[in-house]
Design a protein around this ligand. Structure first.
Ligand SMILES: Nc1ncnc2c1ncn2[C@@H]1O[C@H](COP(=O)(O)OP(=O)(O)OP(=O)(O)O)[C@@H](O)[C@H]1O
Ligand SMILES: *[C@@H]1O[C@H](CO)[C@@H](O)[C@H](O)[C@H]1NC(C)=O
Ligand SMILES: *[C@@H]1O[C@H](CO)[C@@H](O)[C@H](O)[C@H]1NC(C)=O
Ligand SMILES: *[C@@H]1O[C@H](CO)[C@@H](O)[C@H](O)[C@H]1NC(C)=O
Ligand SMILES: *[C@@H]1O[C@H](CO)[C@@H](O)[C@H](O)[C@H]1NC(C)=O
Ligand SMILES: *[C@@H]1O[C@H](CO)[C@@H](O)[C@H](O)[C@H]1NC(C)=O
Ligand SMILES: [Mg+2]
Length: 588
């Protein structure tokens, strides 16, 4: 992605340079202006929104979103909220030391809150809510004595609230809700005057404001009540943190995702032609396809925008129809860094050796200087995500069971029968593809791991996947078989409810699909999760199916079954009570 954007940036940049030199060798922008230019530089997609910030201006006072004091010409307000800006926050913001208002809310800023913000001692309003900021809350914010509003809610911040925040005597609005903050809420100073609404939706915080007593040691969570209640509220709490938390963000991120992909799709085609003309080598697996590298390269050169069938966190997907009638899906991943080709090839060799009825075969790949092209079997049924949520015609109950069964078998194969075993890491409805028979095939296994080193992908993986992630995975970032099982449980719920894991109706209530399920379960109303419009629901399969799903989305990984157990249980309790002709038991 960044490579594509760079393509755009270069001509623009030289234009700016040229202009700059024509208009009398740059008067020299004020230091505030330079700080803002640096702020913009770290934003990946700044061109649309901040393109009008011209470095050759004498000062930044006419720039979009910028307000200056009209005597001193110093910047007193920067407001670029609601612009999908994506990138880290430059520490240069700390140089704007006359800043009174900094409003960056509702963007896609990620990375840490720069501690240098502690330099902006005139700040009265700091609005950073609804971004993807992570790391600690800098204690230097406690030095901003003029601060009246501090809103950092709905980010991914962790650690404790610094005690220095209590010093902010002028603070009237304070919000840290929906982060991953933990530990005791400081009791000194001004924080005592804020209520529950300022703190909710954090994973492991305690204090009287949120009705949770702090244990003296290490500030551990200590919910009041009996053993039984403790278990329940723990579960609800975690589902709440997995939910209330970044849910709004998720919606935003998905939205941003679409936006980015749409933009990228157009630029991708030119790149593709360049990839293959620059001397690419093609490696095919299984040895059962009758094409030479030349055949394939020739075909690749004919691909254009019309052949795009989708785009995801890793790249654009094209439909590639060979002359003999075979059809493939080609996934193009733009290279972001050099030097891990060998690793890539080794891993792909492993993925290419896997073949299974319920997995999407990887047929080969092409490693060009600029990108990686992965060749998969084309699945005419598209993705489960489309089949569930986009197609007008609804999936029959039997078809849904068959899809769940197939996906379970595919995943169980990856976990238990393949060598080396593979953790999928990105189980979600868009990664379950359907063949012409509406049988499920698990796709993109192993890709998340292969690409996780590439920084910018981490965010996009999380973007599409958020509602499927196990709570311990969100906390630690460590994937295990059991984090896959959790995602599979979410997938089951999605299939039977026909609701996306982060459907707006849950978000309103501060829940995701698992939180919703847990609520229904405590009231013994779990049947309400079933899609009311689904035809052919068989009452006797509902209960065993739900109990498998409920186990899979257990908060604690040890309580979740293995995929082998899931397959066994589904086969014996769900598929057999009512054996029907659609189910092909002679599989694998
Ligand atoms: N082998 C295939 N056959 C048919 N369609 C495919 C195939 N692979 C991908 N697609 C289509 O392309 C879309 C994008 O796939 P892609 O894997 O790039 O993104 P994703 O699954 O949404 O996210 P992620 O990048 O996390 O896997 C899919 O939703 C699907 O519609
Ligand atoms: C500063 O600008 C505001 C609005 O643009 C104007 O009303 C005000 O008179 C100006 N002050 C000075 C000192 O120029
Ligand atoms: C920033 O701009 C938006 C939209 O123009 C506006 O709604 C918001 O109130 C502004 N923020 C501040 C702190 O003034
Ligand atoms: C913050 O202020 C200190 C002291 O005024 C200064 O040395 C430092 O360079 C400033 N940092 C930034 C990022 O402006
Ligand atoms: C806060 O201000 C004090 C006094 O000006 C200074 O000593 C301290 O380093 C500042 N803290 C941070 C984190 O910037
Ligand atoms: C804090 O923000 C959340 C949304 O992120 C909102 O629901 C809550 O009401 C806010 N709290 C306060 C005190 O404004
Ligand atoms: Mg995919």
């Amino acid at each position: 992605m960044s490579i594509l954007l760079k393509d755009l940036q270069e001509p623009l940049f030289s234009c700016i340079l040229l202009l700059c030199c024509l208009t009398s060798i740059c008067h020299g922008l004020t230091p505030d202006g330079e700080a803002l230019v640096n702020f913009r530089t770290s934003i990946i997609n700044s061109i649309d929104v901040l393109g009008q910030w011209r470095p050759e201006d004498p000062d930044p006072c006419g720039w979009k979103g910028v307000t200056c004091d009209n005597k001193t010409m110093r910047v007193i307000s920067l407001n670029v909220s609601h612009h999908k800006l994506k990138g880290p926050l430059s520490p240069d913001i700390g140089k704007l030391d006359q800043l009174k208002i900094l409003d960056l809310h509702y963007n896609n800023f990620f990375g840490a809150i720069p501690p240098e913000l502690g330099n902006c001692t005139e700040l009265q309003g700091l609005f950073l809510q609804n971004n993807f900021l992570s790391g600690f809350v800098p204690s230097g914010l406690g030095n901003l004595s003029q601060l009246q509003t501090l809103d950092i809610s709905s980010n991914s911040l962790d650690g404790r609230i610094p005690t220095s925040i209590g010093n902010l005597k002028n603070l009237v609005n304070f919000n840290v809700s929906s982060n991953f903050l933990s530990g005791p809420i400081p009791t000194d100073g001004v924080l005592g005057q804020f209520g529950r609404d300022s703190f909710v939706g954090n994973s492991d915080m305690c204090g009287k404001q949120i009705d949770k007593l702090c244990k003296n040691d290490a500030g551990n969570l200590q919910p009041a009540g009996s053993q039984n209640e403790k278990k329940n509220s723990g579960r609800l709490l975690i589902s709440a943190s997995a939910t209330v938390g970044a849910l709004l963000l998720v919606a935003l991120m998905c939205f941003w995702g679409c936006f980015l992909y749409k933009k990228l799709g157009k630029n991708d085609v030119k790149g593709l032609a360049k990839d293959v003309s620059g001397g690419a080598s093609i490696v095919m697996f299984h040895g059962d396809l009758p094409y030479s590298s030349k055949d394939i390269i020739k075909k690749l050169e004919t691909l254009n925008e019309e052949h795009i069938i989708g785009a995801g966190g890793f790249g654009t997907v094209y439909k590639l129809s060979m002359d003999d009638g075979n059809v493939f899906a080609l996934k193009r991943i733009v290279k972001l860094n050099e030097g891990f080709d060998r690793f890539f090839e080794r891993e792909l060799g492993i993925l290419g050796s896997i073949k299974h009825k319920y997995l999407v075969n990887l047929r080969g790949y092409c490693n060009s200087p600029t990108s990686k092209l992965l060749l998969y079997d084309y699945l005419p049924g598209g993705s489960l995500d489309e089949a569930l949520h986009e197609n007008g015609e609804q999936l029959h109950w039997d078809t849904r069971l068959k899809i769940i069964m197939g996906a379970a078998k595919g995943l169980a194969y990856l976990h238990h029968d393949c060598s080396p075993r593979i953790i999928h890491r990105d189980i979600k409805a868009s990664n379950i593809l359907l063949d012409g028979n509406l049988d499920a095939r698990v796709s993109d296994f192993g890709l998340a791991k292969l690409l996780e080193d590439e920084e910018s992908h981490i965010t996009t993986i999380v973007a599409g996947t958020f509602g499927y992630l196990a709570p311990e995975y969100m906390q630690s970032g460590r994937a295990t078989e059991k984090t896959d099982v959790y995602s599979f449980g979410v997938l089951m719920l999605e299939v039977i409810s026909r609701k996306r894991p982060t459907d707006a109706s849950f978000i309103e209530k501060g829940l995701n699909i698992v939180g919703w399920l847990n609520c229904l379960v405590t009231e013994d109303r779990q049947h309400e999760i079933i899609d009311g419009n689904c035809e052919g629901v068989e009452a006797e399969t509902v209960d065993p199916l739900l109990s498998v799903a409920i186990l899979c989305v257990s908060t604690s990984p040890e309580d979740r079954p293995t995929m082998h157990m899931v397959v066994k249980t589904l086969e014996s309790d769900v598929m057999t009570p009512c054996p029907s002709d659609f189910y092909d038991s002679s599989s694998d």
